[in-house]
Write a protein of this length. Sequence first.
Lengths: 359, 252
Amino acid sequence: MKTTYFLFALIITLFISGCDPLVTTFDDTEDAVLYQSNLIKEFPAKKSISVMTWNVRFGVARLDFALDACGDRVIISKSEVITGLEGIANKIKNDDIDIVLMQEVDVQSKRSSYVDQAQWLLNNTDLNYGAYASKWKSQIILADGIGRVDAGNLILSKWKLEDAKRHQLPLRGDQDGLTQLFYLRRNVLSAKVNMPGTPFYAVNGHLTAFATDDTKQKHISGFKSILDDIVANGFSFVAGGDLNAIPPNATKTDYCLEDQCEVGTYHSGKEPEHKEGAYFKEEITWLNDLYGSYEPAISLEQYGMNETKHYTHSPGGKLELDRKLDYLWTNTAWSNGVTHQDATKLSDHMPVTANWTVK
Amino acid sequence: MRIIHLLFIFSFISAQWSSESAFLLEKGRKEVGLFTPFRMGMENGSELSVNKFLMMPSVSIKQGMSMYNSWKMARIFRVEYPTPGLKWLQSPLGKEMGDPNMFSLISTQFSIPQMLSFYSEIIGTTGNINSGQLSLSAGIGVALNGKNLSDDATIDLPIIYPRLSIYYNDFIIKSGGQYYRKFTDSFYYLIDYDMYLMPGGRGRYAFEQQGLAVWQKSNTFRLSFGYKLIAGEYPFGAQAHFLPTINIQFGW
């Protein structure tokens, strides 16, 4: 069966390849794609910089998307996407954010009606510059009518971005070759923010959610090693992203039953026992190294005192948040770390913000 | 079974317009290709063409017309019923969304209405195959009931997009040309182009240029291979593709 799939995919690949590859693959490190707003606004250097991380779910808010929400829709209309982006842009403008680390941004995907969300957000916020790195780029995804896709990580900034790099993370080790070919290529995006007088780095990661082997551990390690290199070179950083990992002191580690689409799919004695991306028990310590090395916007003590206040995610259309997956880090210090649970209708992840004090 | 799926995809593409000459098959002669429809010369002097994969049924009739100066003229009328084929493309392996529905090219969230399309085309051919045969063609197509098909249900791929655009855009204008010449006793070459205009569509044009080397062993077997260069506009923007092509045809 797999041989037939390979043959089928090879012929389709030949059929629509040519000037551009069917599936875009990436070097270990390569330049990111740079964007800028249609209208550049001038911003002076600041002593305290507001930073946000937000997985924006490609602008479809809490709509019933098939691939992550047990829904039956794959293609979301342009008007629905624009409505979703307007909610995101308003949140960024109202909170006067200086640097946004954004995940799940579509720039040319059929599922979001081909809206270039990076350019749209720059044109509809006060942010001037963007750097983008694809995590999923293919002329066609041969499943569910997904079609063409280009989705990835985005850094938005009021100040010019330089030296923007896409750092490839390891591919999932628990997939067959064909699935892996068409699957996500997770990465970490870094860029130097050229704020006058005090350049610093912004780092944005979206790590694997569904790997059942040690791929997530490798991703966390890869994310941290990029931060280590920045510090070793004498710079400070603001970093963040959707790490798809829960804090080491989280009291709940098993979401299989909450996340299943059909009752009885998991914990029923049948294989697989656990749902991919919903069972964290065996990986609960994997963020310890990050917490031990760098400063989180929400400390473990803050989180432990009131877990529910810092939950950042609930899947699909479920509005009741039930876990923390999104983080901000720095090598210096944060103040006023906030999880914006008021944004629960704008995405399936909540933005986390904090003020970074420039030293 | 997968091979049948593949042949189907290629065949429904080839069953639609492609450049050809104004000459008709002789009475009683039949031709069929791996990726081209079944054609047959009729008793009344016309030529019948049928897509051999019945999920995308189409029938066309080609009729000779009076000469125009040195040009041999013909007209083609074609009708196509795409509904079963498009429904099949929503779930080629019969899976549901989330299974995952592998090889699905159209999301099952869209309903495919009952649709029909009608094409009319005029072709003129001058010259002969030894010194070079030139054919020019132009035509239009209209679709019925395409308004009930979502504009988001397109397949945004080269070759496929312009040929299905009639169902999203209600009509299409097409022109084409072909130059065919004998090279040696059994080798020929063919250069052609096709231009699709889809005014008002999310992708408004497609230009296809093809070069083929043809080896014709006898009147019963023909092998052709070459390239196709496609420059077109799609709902996401413009893109060019360069594709290898191959076909095997049999005649009797």
